[in-house]
Design a protein around this ligand. Structure first.
Ligand code: ADP
Length: 280
């Protein structure tokens, strides 16, 4: 059984059916050991992705405040080569961004070939916060599910491997994490009164997430529900979802690298031959 739940395309998600405290039957020590193995594998896969330059990866992270998006990036990306990773965070749109279609600011920062891209929040905010706070009329945000699916299908057709993660925490766990931020001086910088205000809209957000996950989980861009009350398990579940499909590309990337190696060796041989012939 995989640690995260893959949302099968066309199925209706009910978040209450998914345990936020799941530990996959592992204790923390065993979980961390498995995580370390997967992390080393992810490191090797990223190197091949970058060298082959035939595909890109787009990892989308969504979740309620304190669900651990930042922590997941810090932990899961630990061993990757920073040169090949691009993290993009999506904040409240600027006036210029609002003057365009909602995907305008997103498309310009999608990862190019060879790049491992991470979206910390994403275009899904446009069917989440926008819906909950009624920042756009219903007919506008409702049309966006289809726009998102078409956009992601186009990215996938262009060689982007898309994996989407919903970090699923309980309302109690969120409360505890918000209190911890208050109590620990070293964490107080993360405090925001807005987080408490948003918490009052918990149920509306859960409904908005259920619809986004149900309507936008596709074969080429599946959503995964990650039990996220335990941070070590969250990291493990995300790593597994990343490593598993990327392994499937290894042969392709190796073939591209072999071709590249052959071309480079031929180039070098030609250079040496010319040097010998001309005596220069
Ligand atoms: P984070 O909470 O991700 O650490 P911030 O505290 O800067 O970072 O929060 C970013 C805020 O921007 C969030 O409240 C999020 O809902 C909001 N946001 C992101 N995208 C949009 C959007 N398209 N429309 C409105 N608000 C957005």
């Amino acid at each position: 059984m995989p640690y995260a739940h893959r949302v099968e395309p066309g199925t209706q998600v009910r978040l209450a059916d998914h345990d936020t405290r799941d530990n996959g039957g592992l204790d923390k020590e065993a979980g961390q050991a498995r995580f370390a193995e997967l992390n080393a594998e992810l490191d090797a896969l990223q190197e091949e992705l970058a060298a082959a330059g035939t595909h890109s990866v787009l990892m989308v992270l969504q979740g309620m405040d304190t669900s651990g998006k930042d922590g997941a990036i810090r932990n899961v990306m630990t061993n990757l080569n920073p040169q090949g990773v691009r993290v993009e965070s999506f904040k409240v749109p600027t006036d210029e961004e609002l003057a365009h279609d909602f995907l305008w600011r997103v498309h310009r920062v999608t990862p190019g070939k060879g790049v491992f891209g991470v979206f910390n929040r994403s275009h899904y905010e446009d069917v989440l916060v926008v819906r909950v706070h009624e920042l756009a009329p219903e007919r506008v945000w409702k049309a966006r599910y289809d726009h998102i699916n078409a956009f992601e299908a186009m990215l996938a057709d262009s060689g982007t491997i898309i994996l989407k993660f919903f970090l699923h925490i309980s309302k109690d766990e969120q409360e505890q994490r918000l209190h911890e931020r208050e109590q620990e001086v070293g964490k107080a910088w993360k405090l925001s009164a807005g987080d408490w205000r948003e918490r009052e809209l918990w149920d509306q957000y859960q409904t908005a997430y259920e619809d986004a996950l149900s309507r936008c989980s596709t074969e080429v861009a599946p959503w995964h529900i990650v039990p996220a009350d335990r941070k070590w398990f969250r990291n493990l579940a995300i790593s597994e979802v990343l490593v598993d499909p990327l392994r499937g590309y290894r042969d392709d990337w190796q073939a591209a690298l072999d071709e590249l190696s052959k071309a480079k060796l031929a180039e070098l041989a030609a250079y040496r031959k010319l040097k010998e012939e001309t005596g220069r």
